[in-house]
Design a protein around this ligand. Structure first.
Ligand code: N01
Length: 566
């Protein structure tokens, strides 16, 4: 049924051609494949490193891995049958359930036949003369495609600090983002967890209740964790959700953070602490990100933020029995939510157990990993198992790892030497016909991801359709548009408290990465209006090229057509 006809490669018989190649088969890659293949009739190939669909939910299968967005909005909204077919069991879905949901979506939409699993992109290069992309994979294959779309997620390149002696450890060790598929047994083991970000805060209570001989947590920066208040969903909950799906998705898709709720109050400025507590307490009891959205100016007003931060500090002190330990767990060096705010289930109470202890590595830094454990400046701790919950080379790490080369061989690494530069987080000057789903400088990680993913996939698919219908060969952001978006990104971030924290939002968790605020903080609602207007104005800020002859191509230019009708 596809009428696509991108043909005419000069690369020889081994060459395989597609209209679009998508990298990644998580939430974004799956939906993009469906849109381009099933709605536009294009020939599409998805290349996926993992052995199955799922993206981040394929890899992050550590105990306690759970989504911090509420389940009924952590899903696709575009397909009513999928919505009808699927029921979430809990307020926040656990990793196996999200993975099962994505498997169901892939099967329901018959997506697997166009996904090549267990395959990694090693290089993607734009061929100036042909105006197409050549994508090389680790199985030695090269495919040529008109469009190159990255759907690689924002947190998919695990990061382990370069501790001396890390390989010498003779026990079992792993990073949470590379968790094994077989069950891991902590019983009677001396276990270490390094890192107390959102992941560490999820896994620590799970390990503590798995009967280890002892669990030792290595903390560098305490975090402001807020109770998730997870609970099973019953039939009444599900019926209510179903009855209100349209309203829920309308709200989520038009909100500033992709969740179906907005801030309850404008500000805590000028309020007494008693008045602030009166507003915060019910949201604390409700749990989840609703707490974060009590006051609308949380990340722009130091006064509001300090009041909310103090409220959380008080809660930590109330929960942790040992006052000295409580003080170590109380964050003071950054404003709440300027590092990604974690949700927790029993995190602080875990420290009341006799079989759990905390090492503050700001007091006693990790000096090296030894064959039998971790040596700090104070002592050597012996372990059977070490879990690194040390985060990711976020937002740009996976893109840079792919060795993407644009016009005239310019590499993305060269282009982004001083930090990412994009237009709208969707395209990059010098890299024609390449789109980045939830790329740097788009709201992505500051929102409920499936909502941002749907907006991006739909925008990209509409752009591709526009090009194909109008016989336009290339789309590329202009240098000016890219510069102006990059400056705008920085200026918006500077109006907030975010740049005051050392965080992966600022790239500061990775040595030698340029310090720059990477997602777009102008609000998902305004952002979506912006990208819609750009499209309505004929893709303002993008250069659209009808022919590649100006690039020096000789001979026939490939053409593709979208499916008409049905
Ligand atoms: O990673 P992180 P994460 N010595 O970078 C510490 C998403 N997520 O995997 O804060 C000692 O936040 C580091 O310390 P510090 C979510 O977006 C989503 O926890 O840099 N410690 C920190 O404590 C999240 O933000 C969900 O001082 C070192 C920790 O390691 C993102 O994933 C669930 C160190 C890393 O924290 C990443 O979270 C979980 C060193 N040398 C995660 N280097 C869901 O909602 C680093 N650390 C599904």
């Amino acid at each position: 049924m596809s009428e696509t006809s991108i043909r005419g490669s000069s690369e020889g018989p081994e060459q395989t051609d597609y209209d679009a190649v998508i990298v990644g088969a998580g939430f974004s890659g799956l939906y993009e494949l469906h849109r381009l293949r099933d709605e536009l009739g294009l020939s599409v190939k998805v290349i996926e490193k993992a052995s199955d669909v799922g993206g981040t939910w394929y890899w992050n299968r550590y105990p306690g891995a759970r989504c911090d967005s509420e389940s009924h909005v952590y899903c696709y909204s575009f397909n009513d049958e999928l919505l009808d077919e699927w029921d979430w069991s809990e307020r926040y879905p656990e990793q196996p359930e999200v993975l099962e949901y994505l498997r169901l979506a892939a099967d329901h939409l018959d997506l697997r036949r166009d996904i090549e699993f267990d395959t990694e992109v090693t290089t993607a290069e734009f061929d100036d003369s042909a105006g197409t992309w050549k994508i090389h994979t680790d199985d030695g294959e090269t495919v040529r495609s008109q469009f190159f779309i990255t759907a690689v997620g924002c947190l998919s390149k695990p990061f382990i600090p370069d501790f001396e002696g890390i390989e010498s450890f003779e026990g079992w060790w792993t990073h949470t983002g590379k968790w094994p598929h077989d069950p891991v047994d902590f019983e009677d083991k001396q276990v270490a967890v390094v890192g107390t970000g959102a992941t560490g805060i999820q896994i620590i209570p799970e390990i503590a209740t798995s009967n280890p001989a002892h669990l030792t947590v290595f903390q560098r920066t305490p975090n402001y964790a807020v109770p998730a208040r997870n609970r099973p969903l019953d039939e009444d909950d599900r019926a209510e959700i179903r009855d209100n799906y349209d309203e829920i998705f309308d709200l989520a898709h038009s909100s500033g953070f992709g969740h179906p709720f907005e801030a309850a109050y404008d500000t805590a400025e000028g309020l007494s602490m008693e008045e602030v507590e009166k507003r915060l307490e019910p949201r604390w009891e409700e749990g989840g990100f609703r707490f974060m959205l009590t006051f609308g100016d949380l990340v722009t007003s130091a006064e509001t933020n300090e009041k909310v931060s103090e409220f959380i500090r008080h809660k930590i002190r109330e929960t942790v029995d040992d006052p000295d330990l409580a003080e170590k767990l109380v964050p003071r060096d950054h404003y709440y939510a300027t590092k990604r705010p974690p949700l927790h289930t029993d995190y602080y109470r875990t420290y009341n157990r006799d079989d759990v202890s905390l090492v503050d590595v700001t007091e006693t830094p990790i000096e090296r990993i030894t064959p039998s454990g971790i040596r700090t400046s104070e002592t050597e701790h012996e372990f059977d198992m070490i879990v690194y919950a040390t985060g990711f080379d976020a937002m740009t790490g996976t893109l840079l790892q792919m060795d993407i080369q644009g016009r005239n061989g310019l590499t993305l690494e060269e282009k982004w030497e001083d930090g990412p530069k994009t237009y709208l987080g969707l395209g990059i000057h010098g890299f024609p016909n390449m789109f980045t789903i939830t790329g740097p400088q788009s709201p992505s990680v500051l929102t409920n991801m499936p909502v941002s993913i749907e907006h991006h996939v739909e925008w990209i698919s509409d752009a591709v359709e526009h090009l194909v219908r109008n016989d336009i060969r290339l789309i590329e952001p202009t240098k000016e548009a890219e510069e102006s978006w990059t400056v705008h990104n920085r200026q918006v971030a500077e109006q907030t408290l975010y740049p005051t924290a050392d965080s992966w939002y600022m790239n500061q968790n990775i040595p030698d990465k340029p310090t720059v605020f990477t997602p777009y903080i102008g609000g998902a609602d305004l952002y979506h209006d912006t990208i819609r207007e750009v499209a309505e104005k004929g893709y303002e800020g993008f250069e659209l090229t009808e022919s590649v002859t100006n690039l020096g191509q000789q001979g026939e230019q490939p053409r593709l057509r979208v499916m008409e009708g049905d």
